[in-house]
Design a protein around this ligand. Structure first.
Ligand code: E4P
Length: 215
């Protein structure tokens, strides 16, 4: 069971990485754009922080994705997981990169059929987008479960990386439904620590502790 952060904000990642609870990181062009920085500067900083699994998204046709994926892998080494979309070109790139022992995360997965093709193309991870499925009125977590079930049934080694998580409940449920990895925005990760009854219980324990030593 692995927790990844889904962000390009290096300061926030630095803070959470210190907890020892973060196993990796996913980015995408939108998150990199929001950071206002160059993508390779962001990747380098994540690597310097100590992250050992960083999804780096490539774009264009198969040829572009392959050459860019190989270049990123050469520059960043084993920490680079190359992220390609679940398209014909994306899966051609996936096959070629996987044949070169480069880990690939196939992203923008919205069906079991796509997840099956990605696995056959040699993907290390598939990323079903839970939140975006929910936004379109069908079940994002059910998609995670369906993919995990079919992978188990056919003994496929591709890992299910649940993505596009918007809240703590869904992040936890994704694991329950069979995800191997869940990537989440830092806010959702922070929320995983919290429960209103923990706060209430702690408040009372603090009061009772202080009273008991005063008595
Ligand atoms: C995952 O790899 C994606 O970067 C991400 O989870 C997409 O999330 P969103 O649907 O909230 O943009």
């Amino acid at each position: 069971m692995k927790i990844f952060l889904d962000t390009a904000e290096t300061d926030v990642v630095r803070k959470h990485f210190k907890t020892g609870l973060i196993d990796g990181l996913t980015t995408n062009p939108t998150l990199i754009r929001k950071s206002g920085r160059k993508h390779e500067d962001v990747y380098q900083e994540f690597k310097d922080i100590g992250l050992t699994d960083i999804s780096m998204e490539v774009i264009g046709n198969a040829e572009n994705m392959i050459s860019e994926g190989k270049r990123l892998h050469k520059k960043f080494g084993k920490v680079a997981t190359i992220k390609v979309p679940c398209t014909r070109d994306g899966l051609l790139a996936c096959r070629e990169l996987a044949n070169n022992n480069i880990k690939v995360n196939v992203t923008l997965i919205f069906s079991v059929a796509q997840a099956l093709l990605a696995s056959k193309a040699g993907a290390a991870y598939v990323s079903p987008f839970v939140g975006r499925v929910d936004d379109n009125s069908f079940g994002g977590l059910c998609l995670v479960k369906d993919i995990a079930d079919v992978y188990t049934k056919h003994i496929l080694t591709t890992q299910v990386l649940a993505a596009s998580l918007r809240n703590v409940r869904d992040a936890a449920k994704a694991f329950q439904y069979g995800a191997n990895i869940v990537t989440m925005p830092p806010k959702v990760f922070e929320g995983m620590y919290n429960h209103i009854l923990t706060d209430a219980g702690l408040k009372q324990f603090d009061i009772d502790y202080a009273e008991s030593i005063a008595e």
